[in-house]
Design a protein around this ligand. Structure first.
Ligand code: HPA
Ligand code: ZN
Length: 368
């Protein structure tokens, strides 16, 4: 097939014609403790005397994580993190996981990645939260040297705890070393973002960046609070924003005021298709609101969330979206431009990645 023909292909035909792994991709939403290689979990457990794993066979362990995470609700989805965090309690372990993350990104065709974690979950073995952040940053830096992938680290606070201000201050303290923003993660139901408003105000006063998991396991109210109480610059998932819009009988879309605000303000939506299926945020991927949001101009991007638990990669997410929503190569490029425009990296770095990596990458595929 001549390259120029690729521009006419869509969906399954595009997937059949192209190696999606090679497409330049941008990932904004992945958890460091949700993306370990099964073999690494086992090796780290051995090295650190962690005895809680259900099996020491890498294939069985991968299947165990996938099964556990795919029970259709967020609390059970999150149970597997006890084991991944259990083996990430030393600086060496955190450095290694961060380094391998970068190697995996290179393999997956990702040119810029933001990865997040909650340092508080890595202090059981005696590390301080600052040591945990330093170790993750060291692994990411070493990974960039070896694999050339650009990155940023996001610090997560946990919505069921009252330590979010401390996490916000930690994020701000490390901003010169590669931390690019702050997130609120964990079980959503019963833990509204506005309870953490002090932490978000600290981030705002520091002129820093906010993304919040919202509208995944809870509805529009959570998204509204994330934006209007907490000042979120991006939203993680936001699947339930669908509840604030209505497809009318003539096919046109009627938006509620929140959805209109998200569209008008170009609020980036970090969507995670497989994860949403696994947590029950969506029951049928063909009906996932990603398609509706994308076709109506919302600033959406594709993400993995937890590569281990959801058995996914950026390549798989992109193939899935292309097949389900009949995407063209221009659509895939647009999604990755949406992502890099929404990254928390400084403007100059984003421009560099757009014009020296993403645009030339897609132009070359089209034979330009
Ligand atoms: N939601 C909230 N917290 C999380 C998730 C998620 O999908 N994945 C890892 N931590
Ligand atoms: Zn997430």
């Amino acid at each position: 097939m001549k390259n120029a023909d690729l521009t006419d292909l869509k969906g399954k035909d595009l997937v059949a014609a192209l190696d999606f792994r090679k497409l330049p991709k941008v990932l904004l939403h992945e958890h460091l403790d949700g993306g370990l290689r099964p073999s690494t979990v086992i090796e780290l457990a051995r090295e650190n005397g962690y005895t809680g794993l259900p099996t020491e066979d890498a294939g069985e362990l991968a299947a165990w994580f996938h099964r556990g995470a795919q029970r259709g609700n967020l609390p059970e989805y999150l149970e597997g993190f006890a084991h991944t965090c259990g083996v990430m309690q030393t600086e060496e372990a955190l450095e290694r996981v961060a380094y391998e993350f970068m190697e995996d990104m290179k393999e997956d065709g990702v040119v810029y990645a933001e990865v997040r974690f909650a340092p508080l979950l890595h202090t059981e073995g005696g590390l301080t939260q600052d040591e945990a952040v330093r170790a993750a940053l060291a692994g990411l830096r070493r990974g960039e040297k070896d694999f050339g992938v650009k990155w940023g680290l996001i610090i997560c606070a946990l919505r069921h705890l009252n330590t979010s201000l401390e996490a916000a201050e930690l994020a701000i303290r490390w901003r010169e070393a590669g931390v690019v923003g702050f997130d609120l993660a964990g079980g959503e139901s019963g833990f509204p973002p506005k309870k953490h408003v002090d932490a978000f105000h600290a981030i705002q006063r520091a002129n820093f960046h906010i993304t919040i998991h919202a509208g995944e396991a809870f509805g529009v109210e959570s998204i509204w609070q994330a934006l209007q109480y907490c000042g979120a610059h991006r939203l993680g998932h936001a699947t339930r924003l669908r509840d604030d819009m209505e497809v009318q009988s003539d096919g046109s879309l009627k938006l509620g005021s929140l959805a209109q605000y998200v569209l008008d303000r170009r609020v980036p939506l970090e969507m995670c298709l497989y994860s949403n299926l696994h947590t029950g945020a969506c029951h049928d991927l063909a009906q996932h609101p990603f398609g509706l949001f994308f076709r109506n101009g919302f600033r959406v991007c594709l993400n993995t969330d937890d590569r281990l638990m959801s058995d996914t990669t950026m390549t798989k997410e992109t193939i899935l979206a292309a097949e389900l929503f009949d995407l063209s190569l221009a659509d895939v490029e647009k999604l990755n431009l949406n992502a890099i425009k929404s990254a928390f990296a400084p403007f100059d770095k984003r421009i560099d990645i757009i014009f020296n990596s993403i645009k030339p990458g897609y132009a070359a595929l089209r034979g330009e």
